[in-house]
Design a binder for this molecule. Structure first.
Ligand code: SF4
Ligand code: SF4
Length: 451
């Protein structure tokens, strides 16, 4: 196979885009820019000149031999997601789920039954993450608590919940503490009126969220914040990191806005941040977090991290290519992850539930075995980066893996192999992360592999 070459004004990078190995050099030669060129020993000189091509000769040979790396879709079953309810006490304008005050919820028997069935399926060495999301999961607090009480302590289970945070009270905190549940809740900005996509009363919303932060801090419990990045809050992201430090938050996620579901109906496409501004801001966030960890005596992202940048960093520099389900193609949906809907129907992923589009169910939790559900075909399993021309020859195919959730792009374009709307962001960001590392280390050449 050939190796991929990209050049921008700052770096020259050669990669094997299947196993994720790369070597980068500073572009001190004013070479013309190119992106995703297939190169070999013979044609490299046309892009970088005879002398540099000669210097890269042995590296080209090394990168031409693809190393075997495990892929996410080969991991065993490990993730059970509950769509706890279609109801929500808010109605965020970008909710892909279009949740509001009406709709069905699951009951405690369905939760208990599903978890027991998955536990029975696990082999001795596997563990299960159980995630409650919705709609607003805490509207079904009683059902969740009753099911967990019936199940008792389950050492193989890691519980997680995604909530809008407004219903967190002492009872909920007791549940989180007792079951060591990792809770993520939502906050788009530390500025009241920059949360107005979430709530019609952003002042009350902000106070409730800060109260919830305090409850977690008082109990010394781990929690995380999820923010949806759009034009309304892009200028707040760096300040928010300082706010998170103050409130004892180590892990947070700046998720990029997907204009699907209610976001599409609300015309929020126009709130997608332009690539240049997005790269500038996220790179500054990246540098802030990097530096803050080091200043505190940690390694770069050891203690404080924004989830998406942290995962990207690990993938790019350490080739941890099976971390974070949604940064993989194929992702784990329907392969090692199942989503149970309120009526017991099973879907590969929550992004395939009926509010977005009907017809993606793969069976029923009460009647189908877990192994038969995992073998069912589904659209999401057909996303293939080699069918997307930009991705197939992209320098960063292994690290980026397609720029986010394929089903989200499907909902926009009705093509499972459509390019990510954030492709250029990922490409520029990954290049900038390499350049940043080289500047930090004071080197003109850097690579992420031995040999
Ligand atoms: S379909 Fe999208 S959200 Fe669901 S697991 Fe795959 S990448 Fe993640
Ligand atoms: S989406 Fe990612 S892998 Fe695909 S071309 Fe863009 S940067 Fe490369």
């Amino acid at each position: 196979m050939s190796v991929i070459l990209s050049i921008n004004d700052r770096i020259i990078i050669l990669s094997n885009n299947i196993d994720g190995r790369w070597i980068a050099a500073m572009n001190n030669f004013s070479l013309s820019n190119c992106r995703g060129e297939l190169v070999n020993k013979q044609n490299l000189k046309h892009f970088v000149g005879e002398k540099l091509a000669e210097a890269f000769n042995s590296t080209i040979e090394c990168l031409s031999q693809t190393e075997h790396k495990p892929t996410y879709d080969k991991l065993p079953f490990h993730h059970l997601i509950f769509n706890t309810t279609y109801k929500c006490n808010l109605s965020c304008k970008y909710c892909y789920f279009s949740a509001d005050s009406s709709g069905s919820s699951l009951n405690e028997d369905l939760i208990e039954y599903s978890i027991r069935k998955c536990l029975d399926f696990l082999d001795d060495n596997s563990e299960l993450t159980v995630l409650f999301q919705g709609g607003e999961a805490l509207l079904e607090y009683d059902s969740i608590r009753n099911a967990l009480e019936k199940l008792g302590k389950q050492p193989k289970i890691h519980y997680q919940m995604q909530t809008n945070g407004t219903l967190i009270n002492e009872d909920a905190m007791n549940l989180f503490e007792k079951y060591n549940m990792h809770v993520s809740f939502s906050l788009d900005s530390h500025m009241e009126n920059h949360n107005d996509l979430r709530s019609k009363n952003p002042d009350i919303f902000l106070q409730k969220i800060f109260d919830a932060c305090k409850m977690f801090q008082e109990r010394n419990l781990d929690y995380g914040i999820i923010s949806v990045v759009c034009k309304n809050n892009i200028n707040d992201l760096r300040f928010m990191f300082q706010e998170f430090i103050k409130r004892g938050i180590h892990t947070f996620a700046y998720n990029l806005l997907w204009p699907i579901g209610r976001a599409k109906n609300e015309g929020l496409d126009e709130l997608v941040v332009p690539v240049g501004q997005l790269v500038d801001t996220m790179l500054n966030v990246y540098k802030d977090i990097y530096k803050f960890n080091i200043d505190q005596g940690h390694t770069p992202f050891e203690k404080y991290h924004e989830r998406n940048l942290f995962m990207l960093w690990r993938r790019l520099f350490y080739r941890k290519l099976t971390n974070y389900m949604c940064m993989n193609t194929p992702c784990g949906a329907g392969i090692n992850t199942l989503t149970v809907d309120t009526d017991g129907q099973v879907f590969p992923c929550a992004l395939m539930l009926p509010p977005l589009e009907k017809g993606f169910q793969i069976g029923k939790i009460y009647t189908d075995s877990i192994s038969s559900l995992l073998q069912k075909d589904s659209l999401v399993k057909h996303r293939n980066l080699d069918q997307i021309s930009q991705c197939s020859t992209c320098t960063y195919k292994a690290a980026c893996a397609g720029g986010g959730c394929g089903i989200a792009f499907y909902h926009s374009k009705k093509d499972i192999n459509s390019i990510s709307i954030y492709c250029d962001y990922y490409y520029e960001m990954l290049s900038a992360m390499i350049e940043h590392a080289m500047l930090q280390m004071g080197v003109r050449v850097l690579k992420n592999f031995e040999g």
